[in-house]
Design a binder for this molecule. Structure first.
Ligand code: F6R
Length: 639
């Protein structure tokens, strides 16, 4: 079995920086299908010899596609879980098993309710034992694992703090099941699930690092760009209690199972010339020169031959000439990514510009997963596109109502009620009943309950209003602002969304009617279960269908990716850099402030734009206040 039976530390030259065995798959779907097939073999083998398979399970978005595949194997291929025993890693402290965000509930929804596992074989740490009995209950959990014969295979995800289970930085190698305090980053990551960071529990009960490492085999899964840096640290850097997942380096049966995006920071992917021979094309040359400049803290034009040689990039010089020539080439290419004309500069020579001059003006479509995303991701560019006379359409893909705080909905319903009571009269009766209905429903759902449809609608309208105000600052009004309200979002919660045909159809119809020359979109490298990734998938599928149907405008359309919540682009990934003046940055900040119903802690700041500008400056480009970065995306089969 390729994934779960790791054959010691046998490594290729490419993998030589990796201290834990790491398998890279093109996408999470394929990785999960193969892992599930191997788990099925394990379960059947055990069953055949009259034994039970003991699985350690994780929650969170990462294992969801794996659980879906197990369910499919159960339904379609008769895989039985009657002889399987499971131990979950962790549970939020204070949440009962019926709480919608408890891990007990998560496991029922995502797996246990759909397979034939006996209830008595399921073990999940108890999040509701009184404080003075937590210790005892943790000891009992450890004892139960021992009594079951230990864990055969432990499934893990990884948090951005490097945690496995909820073993936040500082957890020791030998820690056992216990109660811990959740890290700030972990709580922020969980904020959308809990409809706001203030609702995320502060404590959790988790298996310890020692408990986890006692499993016979371990598979840690990670998907999406957000996990790329922490995966690299866990796999390539020294073992440290600041990154719990790094302890897997000490376990001979541990494997990291990652998709291409989560692998993107591993040396073999990021700096491939350090792990073997590469094809020195333009992209590779640029990547290695910019890396070297950054590493040495020098502008590109000051790099010298010895520095290339001493840092493992000597081969580039053999292939491409002296440092002087290589530096100039890369400098020029980077210079050419900078443009104040994101829609192309009319009547200018566009041979060295990221976007073509003609046609002018262009029809520009900007897709925003939730209403605030495009403003945060590319507000400055949006403003320029409008100012430069393009026909800009801003389409928000989902209503974003799950982001809106209860306080905002409460405020608006109360206002309507007060108006109705203040003005009185029969014409206000409807409004009064509506407002009272909303306030009652909010009261009834309690702090963590899901919003009923009416409340979600109201929250969506609040956010819509804010989006209108923000867009108006940039001159986008009326027909230029579209709210697609994709149905998959209305029917779901974070991490549990599922795209349907209708979502694709709506996206497709809107694009086809507008016939854009440019489309800006985000989410291509996000965690595949995230909202951004699903919105990107809807876009990508819509484009593929339009292509198949022969939509002629596609041949004259360019696609630009901006970054939402994922890691910011690195200089070598950028194909268009749009600088911002201090005034433009201020106006973007003003637009972002319009989103008052969203917790500001959960919205990215413009600091990211300043960072990119600093990076360009350090590489020897002009010094700008801030920069918004874009990467060109090509549809399959396009030139
Ligand atoms: C969950 C768990 C955590 C998660 C980690 C990643 O049981 O133990 O370590 O695996 O927080 O979460 P996701 O998968 O949501 O990115």
């Amino acid at each position: 079995m390729q994934i779960i039976d790791s054959p010691g530390k046998r490594q290729t030259q490419q993998e030589r920086f990796e201290k834990t065995r790491t398998l890279i798959y093109p996408d999470s779907g394929q990785a999960c299908r193969e892992l599930a097939a191997e788990v099925a073999v394990l379960i059947r083998e055990r069953e055949g010899s009259g034994e039970r398979a003991v699985l350690g399970l994780a929650t969170g978005s990462t294992p969801v596609p794996f659980y879906r595949e197990l369910i499919r194997l159960h339904r379609e291929e008769g895989l039985s879980f009657a002889k399987v025993v499971t131990f979950n890693l962790d549970e939020y402290y204070g949440l009962g098993p019926d709480h919608p965000e408890s891990y007990a509930r998560f496991m029922r929804d995502q797996l246990f309710d759909h397979i034939d596992i006996p209830a008595e074989n399921i073990n999940i740490p108890n999040g509701t034992v009184p404080l003075d009995r937590v210790y005892e209950s943790c000891l009992a959990y450890e004892a139960k694992i021992q009594a079951a014969g230990g864990i055969d295979l432990q499934i893990l995800g990884i948090g951005r703090t490097g945690h496995i289970g909820f073993n936040e930085p500082g957890s020791s190698r030998d820690s056992l099941t216990r109660m811990i305090t959740l890290d700030r980053v972990t709580r922020l990551d969980a904020a959308p699930d809990f409809l706001g960071v203030q609702n995320v529990p502060r404590y959790a009960v988790t298996m310890g690092v020692g408990t986890i490492l006692a499993a016979r085999r371990l598979v840690l899964m990670a998907w999406g760009d957000n996990k790329a840096e922490i995966v690299r640290q866990a796999v390539e850097d020294a073992v440290t209690d600041q990154v719990s997942a790094s302890f897997l380096q000490e376990h001979a049966g541990a494997t990291f199972l990652v998709d291409a995006a989560a692998a993107s920071r591993l040396t073999r992917r990021r700096l491939p010339w350090l792990t073997g021979s590469v094809n020195w094309d333009d992209a590779m040359e640029r990547r290695s020169v910019l890396w070297l400049a950054k590493k040495l803290g020098k502008p590109v034009l000051k790099l010298v031959d010895e520095e290339y040689n001493e840092n493992g990039a000597g081969e580039l010089l053999t292939a491409a000439g002296r440092a002087y020539q290589v530096n100039i080439r890369v400098f020029n290419r980077l210079q050419h990514t900078i443009t104040g004309w994101p829609g192309g500069k009319p009547d200018a020579d566009d041979a060295n510009r990221p976007e073509r001059a003609q046609p002018f003006p262009k029809r520009v479509l900007i897709l925003s997963p939730e209403p605030h995303d495009a403003i945060v991701g590319m507000g400055g560019t949006l403003e320029r596109l409008v100012e430069q006379g393009h026909e800009v359409r801003l389409a928000t893909q989902t209503s974003g109502n799950l982001r809106v705080s209860d306080v905002a909905a409460y405020k608006f319903a109360s206002l309507v009620l007060e108006m109705a009571e203040g003005f009185g009269g029969s014409e206000w009766e409807g409004q009064e009943a509506y407002a009272k209905g909303i306030l009652r429903q909010m009261e009834e759902k309690g702090e963590f309950g899901a919003d009923p449809e009416n409340v979600r609608k109201l929250k969506g309208l609040v956010l819509r209003g804010e989006a209108r105000d923000a867009a108006k600052l940039f001159g986008i009004e009326h027909d230029a602002l579209r709210f697609l309200d994709l149905p998959f979002y209305e029917k779901g919660r974070y991490r549990r969304f599922r795209l349907g045909d209708e979502d694709i159809e709506i996206t497709r119809a809107m694009a086809d009617e507008f016939r854009p020359h440019q489309i800006y979109v985000t989410g291509n490298v996000a965690d595949p279960s995230s909202l951004d990734a699903l919105c990107f998938q809807a876009f990508q599928t819509a484009v593929a269908q339009l292509d198949e149907a022969g939509a002629d405008w596609l041949a004259d359309c360019r696609f630009w990716l901006y970054r939402g919540k994922e890691r910011p682009m690195e200089a070598h990934e950028i194909s268009m850099a749009v600088p911002m003046s201090p005034d433009q940055l201020a106006s973007k900040n003003e637009a972002m402030r319009k989103f008052q119903s969203i917790n500001p802690e959960e919205i990215q700041t413009t600091e990211r734009n300043r960072e990119i500008a600093r990076e360009y400056d350090a590489l020897g480009m002009a010094e700008y206040e801030a920069i918004e970065a874009f990467q060109r995306w090509k549809r399959r089969g396009a030139a």
